[in-house]
Design a protein around this ligand. Structure first.
Ligand code: IMP
Length: 428
């Protein structure tokens, strides 16, 4: 929408299909901003027969004339960013203008090594199942006020000072605590200087860019990565990522005041998935979980790991509506449910014999929560060709209406296939 800022968030555990929703909406907006997370994300966009997976670039990059921004809240792996940019350039598809916040923090090689070492230290029992992209250790440095920003990369003297301090400290950790070999400073410094030189043309004041666009009456879409239940404050801690994927994180990570937000869009998959460890009440370990994994192609876009699968959890979705102030839902992968006799949906949990309709993100609460399901009739028809709500089989319409009633929020977009055009818009 023109002159407005909208925030798009994942309403579950990530992998809801945010990339395809951003791509479907990007034509109607002018500026697309990634506001948190880093290369742990994997946003898939399918246009015709081409598939693009963006880990760091905003999902609007394929549109001519858009402004795509990597906000201050993102942690940037410069090698990965250059790789993604290079791929688009080689295909002649770098159609948008890219601005990377000078204040975004840089993921350095020691962050990735520490990510792996921390996981190994936690052991099998307590591992989080991170993507090992260095996300947690990079945010730790940011909040410990010793991080290196994208702006620092373009300043050789500041970079040398900050990097040598960091490498010294990390090497003490690696050698004395983890018994690992130290990392070399010189080659890391050289590589960081090269990143700085290559990325200097893209560096800018991201928040100011957004502000100027809004002042000109342009539309801004803030694109969240991961999902509500992976939020470091509101997710299933400690099995979370190290940033705030929830809507409030959009204001911080893009430098936009809350009064400029007009709407929050929640992306929700027609069933649930999770990668990595942590509680997942509606996980199905049997044939239905396997059915959803295979039919939905549920394998991580970043790590290739098989995703854990299960039925839609309305207790968790109502929580996502509350925490994010969702005004509308984008329902993805409805086509994956075609062919099922019945569809299960969890409406409440039973916890130690007590019925509970409120989600509490504590791991111990969720581990003892037994979902109480209701069953809805499925549909047999292939729905990938439907382009209006009325074309959907009655049972599919009923499923969507049921979600709206239970969530208390309308469903404004329905994904009936992975392609850009396989989308039904309902007053969006
Ligand atoms: P990290 O973000 O790599 O530290 O991983 C922390 C947790 O978040 C792990 O369970 C990951 O599997 C999960 N995670 C991180 N990024 C994504 C994502 O984009 N989609 C789904 N899960 C994610």
């Amino acid at each position: 929408m023109k002159g407005c800022t909208e925030i798009l968030v994942g309403a579950q555990w990530g992998d809801e299909g945010k990339g395809r929703v951003v791509d479907a909406l990007a034509g109607k907006t002018d500026v697309i901003v990634r506001y948190q997370g880093g290369a742990n994300a994997g946003h898939t966009v399918i246009v015709g027969s081409e598939k693009h997976v963006f880990h760091l670039l905003p999902s609007g990059m394929l549109y001519t004339g858009k402004l795509c921004i990597i906000g201050n809240g993102v942690v940037v792996d410069p090698g990965q960013l250059l790789f993604e940019l290079g791929e688009l350039q080689a295909q002649g598809k770098d159609r948008a203008r890219l601005v990377v916040s000078r204040d975004a923090h840089v993921v350095l090689p020691y962050h990735k090594v520490l990510d792996g070492a921390d996981e190994a230290f936690r052991g099998k029992e307590r591992a989080i199942g991170t993507t090992k992209r260095g996300i947690g250790p990079c945010y730790v440095d940011k909040y410990n006020r010793m991080g290196i920003t994208m702006g620092d990369l373009a300043n050789p003297e500041i970079l040398r000072e900050k990097l040598s301090q960091n490498v010294n400290m990390k090497n003490m950790l690696l050698t004395r605590i983890y018994g690992m070999t130290p990392l070399p400073f010189d080659s890391m410094y050289q590589e960081a200087l090269e990143w700085g030189a290559k990325l200097a043309p893209y560096l800018g004041d991201a928040s100011l860019e957004v502000h100027k666009a809004l002042e000109k009456g342009k539309g801004v879409l803030l694109e969240g990565a991961q999902g509500t239940l992976l939020d470091v404050d509101f997710g299933t801690y400690p099995y979370v990522t190290s940033s705030n994927p929830t809507a409030a994180g959009g204001c911080i990570g893009a430098g936009v005041g809350p009064t400029r937000i007009s709407r929050v869009i929640g992306v929700v998959k027609a069933y649930c998935t999770r990668v990595g460890e942590g509680p997942f009440p509606t996980e199905d370990f049997g044939e239905w979980g396997e059915y959803l994994r295979v039919k939905g192609g549920e394998f991580g876009a970043t790590t290739g790991r098989p995703r854990r699968c299960g039925w839609l959890d309305m207790v968790a979705l109502r929580y996502a509506v509350r925490i994010n102030g969702l005004g509308v839902l984008a329902l993805t992968k409805l086509d994956v449910l075609s062919g099922l006799e019945e569809i299960q949906v969890a409406l409440e949990y039973s916890v130690d014999g007590t019925t509970c309709g409120e989600f509490t993100p504590s791991a111990s609460f969720l581990e003892s929560a037994e979902p109480l399901y209701t069953s809805l009739p499925g549909w047999k028809e292939d729905i990938s060709g439907c382009r209006s709500f009325e074309e959907l089989p009655q049972e599919a319409q009923n499923y969507v209406r049921f979600i709206e009633e239970q969530a208390g929020v309308p469903v404004g977009l329905i994904g009936v296939g992975p392609g850009r055009e396989e989308t039904i818009l309902r007053g969006f």
